[in-house]
Write a protein that binds this ligand. Structure first.
Ligand code: CAA
Length: 300
């Protein structure tokens, strides 16, 4: 008689996050607020101070609204430290990379941080489109590598989309499944295919909205209003594109187009033009809307 194999599941207590941008800081906030020790790393000190400022601002807003106690805010803040040195990941049980959608950069980050982490540490990527299998294969622990994709804003959105690469082992998946529950998120498992589930559907919708704008079907306000009032979307496609970041939207469309080879995924030239102009959305102060004025003004 064969016995079932008992696989040890790593209990995650300490988490490292790489990247102090909007996703990295949101992910750091989620873990810090859920009682984990969190180290947030970035190459840039200014990015880290900005990230901490934004986390503190968001937590203060929650305290003011009465959805977070001042005591829990203090505890969450005490759980979080920042660093520019991966040596601070020495105790991390899980390290999540949340930098821009650039495979070479992600590979370099994993290669650089590997010597600083424990052999048992799980490595994860928050990639929104790149192959988890390929990223895993480039690390020293493909079996303990997994995709954990948070949605923006991470502290609010209930989903984590979890993707096993071909080499990802079951204990790693189980450890992440237990983790999702502890941070109050619902896990949906996606196959390792370009852009997974949410972005496979959401980003082509945004790209289609840009085509509609490009072809004169409606202007930015008309298209946003139509989708908010007509489809009950909380944000119109242009508001959402600016919120996600136009560079990210374009990167996802390029991955879909290149890897699935179907012309229906061709990125709209107007989206590429906005990215060329460095009009990347909210984070750069201008995208489809100009955020220098309140309320933000459509750029066409
Ligand atoms: N960070 C943290 N918390 C935030 C936040 C932010 N940026 N923006 C809003 N919140 C919180 C508020 O603090 C508030 O929390 P409490 O209820 O605890 O007080 C709550 O969200 C609601 O906030 P508001 O009432 O101010 O705002 P709203 O009702 O207009 O909702 C929203 C804001 C949640 C962002 C809503 O507009 C929404 O759901 N938009 C769609 C977001 C979406 O589709 N995200 C997925 C993007 S795709 C993606 O992320 C994948 C990818 O890889 C590209």
């Amino acid at each position: 008689m064969t016995r079932p194999v008992v696989v040890p599941v790593v209990e995650i207590r300490a988490v490292g996050v790489v990247g102090g941008g909007q996703m990295g800081r949101g992910i750091a906030q989620v873990f810090a607020a859920s009682g984990f020790t969190v180290v947030l790393a970035d190459v840039n000190d200014d990015a880290l101070s900005h990230a901490v400022k934004m986390i503190e601002r968001d937590m203060q807003r929650r305290v003011d609204r009465g959805t977070l106690t001042a005591e829990d805010r203090e505890q969450a803040r005490a759980n979080l430290t920042t660093t520019t040195d991966y040596a601070a990941f020495a105790e991390s049980d899980l390290v999540i990379e949340a930098v821009t959608e650039n495979e070479v950069l992600k590979n370099t980050i994993f290669r650089t941080l590997q010597p600083h982490i424990k052999a048992t540490t799980i490595l994860a990527t928050n990639t929104s489109s790149i192959s988890v299998t390929r990223l895993a294969a480039a690390t020293d622990r493909p079996e303990r590598f997994i995709g954990i994709h948070f949605m923006n804003p991470a502290p609010v959105m209930k989903l984590v989309e979890v993707t096993r690469g071909l080499p990802t082992d079951e204990p790693t998946f189980q450890a992440v499944a237990a983790l999702a529950e502890r941070i109050g998120k619902r896990l949906v498992a996606s196959a390792d295919t370009p852009a997974f589930i949410v972005n496979r559907i959401l980003i082509p919708m945004i790209n289609e909205a840009v085509y509609a704008l490009y072809e004169g079907v409606g202007d930015i306000l008309a298209i946003d209003s139509a989708m908010k009032l007509g489809a009950n979307h909380p944000m119109g496609p242009f508001e959402l594109a600016d919120y996600i970041g136009l560079d990210t939207c374009l990167a996802v469309m390029r991955v879909l187009h290149e890897e699935l080879g179907d012309s229906k995924y061709r990125p709209c030239p107007l989206l590429a033009k906005y990215v060329d102009a460095n009009w990347l959305g909210k984070k750069s102060g201008r995208g489809f809307y100009d955020y220098a004025v309140t309320p933000a003004r459509p750029t066409r």
